[in-house]
Write a protein of this length. Structure first.
Lengths: 530, 126
């Protein structure tokens, strides 16, 4: 767009008049400058845009310091980079240059879009060397900036939320992804062109139907339900994505596409699953606790009831002569009462929580002694493999822990049965953490493992084994209290017990007990424990 | 003089049993099924030893023991426990805190009870 003044000259006075009207009436500012850059003339629009009168403009230099001329990034422009100079030097118009100048009338910087057009020197106007045509684009620039900022915020928001947006245009089946969607799928923007075909390669084959059905529903003009589907990331990870969509309509109300948000909910789902598991664990723990309390309450009443049964049968036994016909019957009553009493004692041990006679305990001699006693009661074809060599200390009630070991080993022997086999008892250090973990004094745990290759148990059985009265033994062969007592004792010590088992292969019980730091003073411990 | 033993328990079956056993053993026995009656009999019957349950409705065992100790600090008290939890900690210790001299757990063997009573009475005699 060059204003060739030579043409106007030749049109005579009409041309002058047309030119004058144009000059005066243009909405854009126009200035003429000489070869040095001094302004020779300026139109009314220029006055307005620059905030300087024509009279003041004439004779002012284009790069006068009052303009505070700067480039689009706000930096000062050197003389040789000044577009006017470049235009003249290269005899080539510099168009659509963004330049900032200080408008003194407004008292602020304004942004201009300027065309610098070199003028050939002409006989009538030898001094005109450059023509500038410009408009104020400050508002426009501000809007663009706001828009960019907005897009930037949106992009960042998507990134923070790990939510991406995607638009499927039904008119050409083109898929448009926001940056976050590339991130979610784990593909490079530069290497992946989103389309229904290319996205199919990323989606789990079993879930493709879910995906495409939702697309088709939208295409037919119905609002699709939110969907969840799995994808394979190029790094091998499987992620779960959530997609919710909305139909896009044109002005006539015709469906032209679907706008969706895509969110990676893999972590959310994992957290939910963990929450469910913890809830189950908590519920289980609460049930055991409740059972314990119930058992404790019943035990008291049962003990009272046993006083007349045992007391009177005993009194009558001593009161009747040796060959009295009732004697054997009384004996039966007394024996039954004794059994009941022992049973109630075991229930009480299960329900009792804090009645421990705890002392610092050297694990090695304790276990050796316990195993020696237990071994005596086992059949000859059961071998014990003991691996208890490192010196460990715990704070515990020796007689109750003795009961724990005896119980576990006896159970293992029972699981092995008549065929014979091996029971391994092993002690190791552990750093177990769990939801009901009462933090151990030294931050560490001892793990006592009792392992057998016996009959094992299935999942269903394993879930219930610590419940009181649950037993897989035949009627009369066992009370079903053993493991519930074990559980109670271990928990009272601030530890926990885990079991792994495979039906037909064997079982492994791990008892975790808080480790005692060797240097700890006994009094200090007693102070903490009470 | 035949030693007199006062038995306090809200469970009648326990009262009957222990009364029977102790009578056969040669003691004079009175029974009370609650603390109030026990205090009444403290004056009337003037026992040498009291055998009491710890958990009872209305005036419970602890209160009973406390009241007995007020009027008759010299009296030996044996507390019977059914195994119910009384707060935390060692139950024997708690009984002693309550003022009982000795604790015995239900159900007890009668021989155990009579020997304990014999020892306690011997200790009372100067």
């Amino acid at each position: 767009m060059g204003v060739d003044l030579s043409q106007s000259r030749s049109c005579g006075s009409d041309g002058d008049e047309r030119f004058r009207l144009l000059f005066e009436g243009l909405n854009q500012g126009v200035t003429f400058q000489d070869a040095e850059g001094y302004i020779l003339d300026a139109n009314p629009a220029a006055e307005r845009i620059l905030g300087v009168t024509r009279a003041e403009l004439i004779g002012r230099h284009a790069r006068d310091s009052s303009w505070q001329v700067c480039d689009a990034s706000g930096s000062a422009i050197s003389e040789k980079n000044y577009p006017g100079f470049v235009a003249r030097a290269m005899d080539q118009a510099q168009i659509k240059v963004t330049v900032g100048i200080f408008n003194s009338a407004r008292g602020e910087r304004r942004w201009l879009n300027v065309d610098y057009i070199p003028q050939p020197s002409l006989p009538g106007r030898p001094s005109v060397s450059l023509c500038t045509v410009f408009s104020d684009i400050t508002e426009q620039r501000r809007t663009e900036q706001a828009l960019r900022e907005n897009e930037n915020y949106l992009g960042r928001a998507q990134r923070i939320a790990s939510v991406g947006s995607c638009f499927l245009d039904f008119r050409d089946d083109k898929l448009k992804w926001s940056d976050e969607v590339f991130s979610i799928y784990g593909v490079e923007k530069s290497q992946h062109v989103p389309s229904l075909d290319s996205v199919r390669k990323l989606i789990h084959p079993d879930d493709w139907q879910i995906y495409i059905d939702a697309v088709e529903t939208a295409r037919e003009g119905h609002q699709p339900h939110p969907i969840q589907y799995r994808i394979f990331r190029p790094d091998g990870q499987i992620r779960i994505l959530f997609r919710d969509s909305e139909l896009s309509l044109d002005d006539a109300g015709v469906v032209i596409g679907a706008l969706s948000i895509i969110q990676d909910i893999t972590d959310l789902r994992a957290a939910e699953k963990q929450k469910d598991e913890l809830q189950t664990q908590l519920f289980h723990a609460q049930r055991l606790e409740a059972l314990g309390t119930l058992a404790g309450g019943i035990a008291h009443d049962l003990n009272n009831t046993l006083v007349p049964i045992l007391g009177l049968s005993e009194a009558m036994l001593s009161g009747v002569r040796a060959n009295h016909p009732h004697r054997p019957l009384l004996q039966v009553i007394h024996t039954a009462g004794t059994r009941a009493r022992d049973l109630v004692r075991r229930i009480l041990t299960f329900s009792r929580r804090e009645d421990l006679d705890s002392k610092p305990l050297e694990l090695t001699p304790f276990l050796h002694e316990t195993m020696r006693l237990v071994r005596a009661g086992l059949p000859a074809n059961i071998k014990i493999d003991q691996r208890i060599s490192r010196p460990f200390r715990i704070f515990g009630d020796a007689s109750q822990l003795h009961q724990v070991i005896v119980n576990l080993v006896t159970n293992a022997a029972h699981a092995i049965g008549d065929v014979g086999g091996k029971i391994t008892v092993r002690v190791s250090e552990s750093r177990a953490t769990r939801l009901d973990d009462r933090s151990s004094l030294a931050g560490k745990f001892i793990r006592i493992s009792v392992i057998d290759a016996g009959c094992g148990m299935d999942d269903e059985t394993r879930k219930h084994i610590f419940e009181p009265f649950f037993t897989t033994k035949k009627i009369g062969a066992g009370t079903g209290l053993g493991l519930s007592v074990v559980h109670g004792i271990v928990t009272a010590h601030g530890g926990h017990i885990d079991v792994t088992s495979n039906l037909g292969k064997g079982s492994r019980f791990d008892v975790f007990l808080p480790m005692l730091a060797p240097e700890r003073d006994v009094n200090e411990i007693a102070g903490i424990a009470s | 003089m035949t030693p007199r033993i006062l038995i306090v328990d809200d469970d009648l079956a326990v009262l009957v049993t222990v009364e029977h056993v102790l009578s056969i053993a040669g003691y004079k026995v009175a029974t009370a099924s609650n603390g109030k009656r026990a205090l009444f009999l403290l004056n009337r019957f003037d026992p040498n030893l009291v055998l009491t349950d710890l958990i009872m409705p209305e005036m419970d065992g602890v209160e009973t023991i406390t009241e007995i100790k007020k009027t008759r600090p010299d009296l030996k008290i044996i507390a019977m426990s059914g195994g119910a939890r009384i707060g935390n900690g060692n139950i024997l210790q708690r009984a002693k805190e309550f003022g009982a001299d000795v604790l015995i757990s239900k159900p007890f063997e009668m021989a155990e009870l009579t020997s304990l009573i014999g020892r306690s009475l011997a200790a009372t005699k100067v």
